[in-house]
Design a protein around this ligand. Sequence first.
Ligand code: WTA
Length: 656
Amino acid sequence: MMTGGHAIETMFSEERTYPPPENFTAQANAQADIYDVPFEDFWEREGRERLTWFEPFTDLYTWEPPYAQWYLGGKLNVCFNCVDRHVEAGHGDKVAFHWEGEPADETRAITYADLQKDVVRFANALKKLGVKRGTPVAIYMGMVPELPVAMLACTRLGAPHTVIFGGFSADSLSGRMNDMQCEVLVTQDEAWRRGSTVPLKKVADEAMAAAPVTKQCVVLRRTGNDVPMQEGRDHWWHELEEDCSDDAESCACEPMDSEDLLFLMYTSGTTAKPKGIVHTTSGYLTGVATTHHYIFDLKPEADVYWCAADIGWITGHSYIVYGPLCNGATSVLYEGTPDYPDKDRWWSIIARYGVTILYTAPTAIRSHMKWGPEHAEKHDLSSLRLLGSVGEPINPEAWVWYREHIGGDRTPVVDTWWQTETGMVLITPLPGITTTKPGSATRPFPGVAAAVFDEQGNEVGPGGGGYLVLTKPWPAMLRGIFGDDQRYRETYWAKYDDVYLAGDGARIDRDGDFWLLGRIDDVMNVSGHRISTIEVESALVDHHDVAEAAVCSRADAVTGEAIVAYVTLKGGADGSVEKLEELRNHVAQKIGAIAKPANIVFTPELPKTRSGKIMRRLLRDVANDRALGDTTTLADPTVVGEIAKRAAEEKSSEEG
Ligand code: WTA
């Protein structure tokens, strides 16, 4: 059923346990009785405690499957909750972000008062372009402070945004802008990456040429290199802001309804077209603030929190921007990569700012593991008191390495399971309560009803495995796929009645702890990024020389999964090293560099069933050097042998 066969064995031989340290438990935000609070009482309480409402909600939630609504009747504003109320409460001088640029001498400490001024000024600038409640805005930027500023300015005005990760291509960008009908795009001249530049404005120009709906573009000057500006359409951020007030009174926070659209985040599904996942205002904000408070045990007065993700993904939305700011946190925001200019960059940042909580992905941890612990050893990491992991299953070796070499064998590690769709973490240890096991996300967060179902929809008990599901709605859950009700129903709600199918396999051990086993559909997880096999196949067959393509993943020691493509060229042409590079670059151009296949195997034919379906399962076996499974349904069984031979040849030529 699922692809994680190897993972099951490793995880199940894992018997180390780590009870929470007593001193951590004594001061923890979440105490053991948190699990006893009934579902409705819990979310009612959190909704009132975490957020400030302009008008209180009257109804906790409604559930007309497959659509939920939360905190009905309430009015609020996300920017007010994340910025203004902290200033009003006298915390204006508190640092919201310690920003560090990729060039190490560029740093900025941005207080909540600074953030309020920046947001107000930019919101006033957006107003000049006609942005108001309901105007869709696209944001395509690197990790600069102006990125959260732009997001918060949108929420201040009630304008929904979609942030597109800076590594995406012009096609990906225009596809999203067209889908959401974005009227304005906010971008920057270029971004820094490993000492060179990423041409964001250039890509944005190409994208706007294919998205006529996007009529205005705001460009932040970051690297200062020349970029073409189109008169009447493109505006420099600093020029647009010149005559704008930064006084909070000059731009009031729009009172929004609980269920107003907050943002779309596009993610890969099992077709070539990404899904626009819908998140709304109050349920999302309650969900991310609540989970952030309890899971990361945040003490806003004392902690320095760092989520080392990119804001262009859901992790950055929920746990760099909205959750931490809503909770009044002091965070680190870092522009660059972990190994620039050297492999100890992260650890120098932790020592410099005294980071107490670090949240990152298994891929990053495995990279650091590969580079060796000596880089971390150069720095004082004793400020750390809690570590988190997200984005893919974490192998026990990486978990233990993280705890020992980064956490000084002292800090709890929370392995948090969630998705773009869930908006907030759903399965996780609570650091003062849970006895953790390396590789297990342990148990559902309070107020979350997760279970594992078998094929027939029976809940499996301890020791069993199957499909991960959610049997009750939760506040930050998606409110649909933008403009595609049918796909929403088919993707998440068709397998079981009124039960959310997450698309992940899971097992429950004898203690009732959850072990996540990876995707059960045609979605790959490369370095924690979701990429659909079909998206990559479409990009490949878009190339004029490609007749057919099939894509699957193989296990990779650093990136978790790596993309393998099997390609048949037109006219039976043979592949070459040049063609391979050309195809990889073509995929990068169509989707983004993250989707480049690690290997391409050229083959005269692909294995197909008699009805013409490509048998990806067999290709996966070939890619992972596994014994081939059942080939009796194949139209031509010799094809697989031929492919295995070619894959092996390619491998030996790589190694040689
Ligand atoms: C995977 C990222 C195992 C899973 C927040 C899920 C995980 C997909 C974990 C969502 C984890 C995320 N353990 N697997 N702790 N966290 N995943 O939408 O397959 O980018 O369905 O959201 O990542 O990826 P997405």
